[in-house]
Structure formats: structure tokens, C-alpha cells
Design a protein. Structure first.
Length: 245
């Protein structure tokens, strides 16, 4: 009797696994954003398929799991939510509840918005100095109501989207030591640190005459740039960042 029960239970559990488990397929150029212990994945490109199937899903990182069997990881498919559009090579930034997906190649608008509480997807219309199609393979940084996006292919400007007014403003600049895409962007206090990146192609970042890689720092209070070379101190600060985030 016990054996029969075990067999029945085994079948039910595995049947459940086969029928209900959502397992995302492989992809690249997608976004992954953490909001309230859920890691939201959106977009991406799958070789031979174009836009990756199942464009929106999350991994619940508040639950314990191993990565030995990805079908047992706590995934949830949100792709059936009304209006979800596809993107690849876009950038994504979130406040406490809402994720903004911007740029890339897309089948919707330049800006898409996902509310993680109401589970509503929308494609808001923005105004102001709307960036052209250059926003690809870049990083955004969000600070209060403002999303900062530097560059794009060969474009040297800072685009700022005010998320409360859905209004874009632009500051032109020519960064010497950071590329216009593939760079890293890190918020530190009121400043954004830009490191590395590429200019027109995969030509790498520039170094100064001492072969150092200076860091370009954007001050969000007055929209000015400065360059920092003092390396030991910065590396110490990065350790500080990784300890606290
Ligand atoms: C995720 O949901 C979408 C929309 O309902 C569906 O087309 C897709 O097959 C689902 N993905 C998987 C792997 O179940
Ligand atoms: C950030 O703020 C802290 C505390 O006010 C300060 O010690 C630190 O130098 C600041 N970092 C930068 C890069 O401005």
C-alpha cells in the first residue's frame, strides 16, 4: 500500500513538473532587474529564432533553490500579460515598483514600463528631446525620478528621462575615457561612475599616457563631468560598493 502511494505521489509530482514548470530557453541581450526579491527578465535574442520566446518572466530569489535542475527553480512566466512587447539590447532601470525598459531593438515603443505590483505593462509616450535609435547596449542609472542614459552608438550625449513627466532632456559631452556603449555605469552618492566601454566598434576603451584607465564621473546635481585617476582609492570604494549592495 505504501509503495503504491509512493508511486502515485511520484507520478503526481513529476506530472506537475512536466505540465506546469516554466523553463526559460537560452537567450542573450536581455535585461535582468531585481525588484523586491524577484529577478525580472525581459527581452533578449535567441540564435535562429529572433526575439527570444517568453519575453517576460521572473525568478523568485526569496525562495531557496539550486541551479542543478533549472526546471526546479522558482520561475514564473509573465509573458501572457496584455501588451508585453519585445526588446533586445535594451537597458532597464527600476524604482521600488516599476521597471523602465528603454531603447534596443524593439517591436513596441522606445520606452516600456512594467508595474510589478499591478502587473501592468504599458508603452508611455514621451516628449522633449526624444533620443533617436542610438540607445543600444548602454546602461541606465536611476536616481529618484530621473533615468540617466549616456551615449549609444557613436553618440556623445547624456539623455535624462524624468519618469514623473515622461520628459527627455539632453546634455552634450565628449567623454574621453569611457566608450559610448558597453561601458559600466555605477551610481555613487549623487554621481555616476563610467568605466570602460567601446566607441564605434569593439575597439576597447582608452587609457591615458600612463596606461591607466581613468574613470569619468558625471555629477547629477549640475550635469558636469570630471575624470578621476587615483586608482587605489577608487578600487577601495568599489570594494565598499560590493560589500554593501
Ligand atoms: C510563457 O507564456 C507565453 C504566453 O502565454 C507562452 O506563449 C509561452 O509558451 C510560455 N512559455 C513557456 C516556456 O511555457
Ligand atoms: C560619497 O559620500 C560619502 C559620505 O558623504 C563620502 O565619504 C564619499 O567620498 C562620497 N563619494 C564620492 C565618490 O563622492
Amino acid at each position: 500500500m505504501k509503495t503504491l502511494l509512493s508511486i502515485v505521489l511520484f507520478c503526481i509530482i513529476n506530472f506537475h513538473k512536466i505540465i506546469f514548470a516554466f523553463v526559460p530557453s537560452g537567450r542573450g541581450e536581455h535585461n535582468a532587474v531585481l525588484v523586491d526579491k524577484k529577478l525580472y527578465f525581459h527581452g533578449g535574442w535567441a540564435a535562429g529564432e529572433g526575439y527570444a520566446p517568453s519575453q517576460l518572466f521572473y525568478l523568485d530569489v526569496s525562495k531557496s533553490f539550486t541551479i542543478l535542475d533549472i526546471s526546479l527553480m522558482p520561475w514564473t512566466n509573465l509573458s501572457s500579460i496584455s501588451g508585453v512587447t519585445c526588446k533586445t539590447g535594451a537597458t532597464a532601470c527600476a524604482d521600488e515598483t516599476t521597471i523602465y525598459y528603454i531603447g534596443g531593438w524593439h517591436c513596441g515603443g522606445l520606452v516600456s514600463k512594467f508595474n510589478t505590483i499591478s502587473l501592468q505593462w504599458s508603452e508611455p509616450t514621451t516628449s522633449g528631446s526624444i533620443p533617436k535609435e542610438e540607445i543600444k547596449f548602454v546602461h541606465c542609472v536611476i536616481l529618484e525620478n530621473n533615468i540617466y542614459i549616456y551615449g549609444g552608438y557613436a553618440v556623445h550625449k547624456m539623455n535624462i528621462l524624468d519618469t514623473s513627466k515622461l520628459f527627455w532632456s539632453t546634455f552634450t559631452s565628449s567623454l574621453i575615457y569611457s566608450g559610448t556603449h558597453f561601458y559600466s555605469a555605477t551610481l555613487l552618492n549623487d554621481s555616476i561612475l563610467y568605466i570602460g566601454g567601446a566607441f564605434h566598434s569593439l575597439d576597447g576603451c582608452q587609457t591615458n599616457s600612463n596606461q591607466e584607465l581613468p574613470i569619468s564621473i558625471y555629477n547629477t546635481n549640475d550635469n558636469t563631468w570630471r575624470i578621476v585617476v587615483g586608482f587605489n582609492k577608487i578600487i577601495f570604494n568599489f570594494n565598499y560598493i560590493s560589500l554593501y549592495y
